[in-house]
Design a protein around this ligand. Sequence first.
Ligand code: AMP
Ligand code: GLY
Length: 430
Amino acid sequence: MNVLLIGSGGREHALAWALAASPLLSRLYCAPGNAGIAEVAECVPLKTDDHAAVIRFAREKAVDFVVVGPEAPLVAGLADDLGAAGIKVFGPSRAAAQLEGSKGFTKDLCAEFNIPTGAYRRFTDAASAKAYAASQSLPIVIKADGLAAGKGVTIAMTRAEADAAIDTCFAGAFGAAGHEVVVEEFLDGEEASFFALVDGKNALALATAQDHKRVGDGDTGPNTGGMGAYSPAPVMTPALVRRTMDEIILPTVRGMVARGTPFRGVLFAGLMLTADGPKLIEYNVRFGDPETQVLMMRLKSDLLAALLATADGVLDNFDLRWSDDVALTVVMASKGYPGEYTKGTEIRGLDAAAAVDGVQIFHAGTERRDGRIQATGGRVLNVTALGRTVSDAQARAYAAVDKIDWPGGFCRRDIGWRAIARERQEKAGG
Ligand code: AMP
Ligand code: GLY
């Protein structure tokens, strides 16, 4: 079958790499793609916010299945429009994508269906938001309601910081996303990323993963989209996976059915593992980036068959096999990220790096110009490795990083540190 993948990041490169290995695949297109994706798919310069153009392309190329990577097209209703045109699609409807598109929507769903999450209130004016925040204990979390590319969240340590964050939202720093503000209880614990394929009624948990959100070593500095990840996440024991499915994912799936907007696609729960058990921080309606890069390295089953089963509503008869190895990815970013950075710096040494045993390099923001690879984004490369242990995978990933000649880039040097500390502890404990 012919497949069109929408997106241009490291997540999409990993998805394209896995889709390309499917025996079901004839041709793989990716819009718009990047220099790495071009090695496994035919990249097409489609404007993906032009839904009519996507539908025209799909008809012209006899595309049987469209896989949507990022959240923005889903929130904009691309899956609805493709569905209405009779084209099969992986990804939720606009209504179901509200799980990511509106934090208030998700918080209300949690309240209605008894899903554990931080206490919260929604506000449409600054004075009431500030008054409520002042009545709560510190730290307190202030969030723009809508999509703000990960920048709409402030963990305020003081009342002044909370007030400033509320003012920033209502002053329009996040555009329409900040017209409503959610003030939320601070949750204490370790974070984990939890993924489940959901076909409307049934949910199938994927392998566990954790990412590193902060830009600096030791998990310090500003939040980013993710500076690295690994799978499995040793903190996610089978008992915690069960609780997450029973207390968070399945009630959400049932709640969306009850509301008449069943969810189909991949549900990505950002979890806080608190002393009282897993609590939902937020939902995303797409695969994680860079978590997908490590999941795809460990997936032994056919990804395309799994995504089709999700779209077809037949996940109840489906299972996935995963490698017992550990996968770890190091994100290389343009210097300055997540702030201002220079575009167009040249990257060399990729072939030597990719030749390191167990290593795959996924491109997140690159372009090929006159035969040279240039960085075009903030997060640029995902240097990903499989190993028997987290330490092995980490050593391989950094051996590859060290072969990359890119003066314009940087990366964290400690990806996987929590998992490695757990590995050492287990060894020491026998
Ligand atoms: P979000 O965009 O909602 O995923 O938030 C970004 C990051 O902010 C999360 O990954 C957490 O690290 C942090 N965060 C968000 N909400 C909370 C909360 N209620 N308590 C503690 N940390 C939070
Ligand atoms: N790595 C977190 C995300 O994809 O949002």
